[in-house]
Unconditional design. Sequence first.
Length: 130
Amino acid sequence: MNDTSQSPISVLVVEDNLDARDIFSATLSNQGYRVLEAGDGVEALVKLESEPVDIILTDLRMPRIDGITLASTIRKLPHLRSMPIIALTATPLTDKSWMLGLFDEVLLKPCSIKELVETVGKFSGKAIKP
C-alpha cells in the first residue's frame, strides 16, 4: 500500500452501473480515498497498468471482463497478486468459499454506506470518519 503520510490510499471502483459507481466513488472520496473508476474489467486492467492502486472494489457481473475474471487475472500478476480485492454482487450467495483466494471480502448489493466504508477501511487501515 502507499505511504499514507505522502498520498491518500487509492481505490479502483470497477462497476458497470454508472449510478452505483458514482455512489461508491463519492462515498470513498468523502472518506479521503483517492478514487479511480472503471466501467468493466477491461478498463480496470488498463488503469492498473498506468495508475498506482491499493485496493480494488469490483462488481462481479459486467460486460467484456467480469469481476471473477478480473480477480483471476490480477491474482496471476506477481506485482498485483496480494492487492486486496473486494467483490460486490447483487446475487445472493449461499456459499462464498469458492471465492476464497480470489476476493478478500464479498459485499452483497445494496450494501450500506457504513458496510462499504468499514470494509474498505479494514484493508486500508483507515478509521471511519463520523
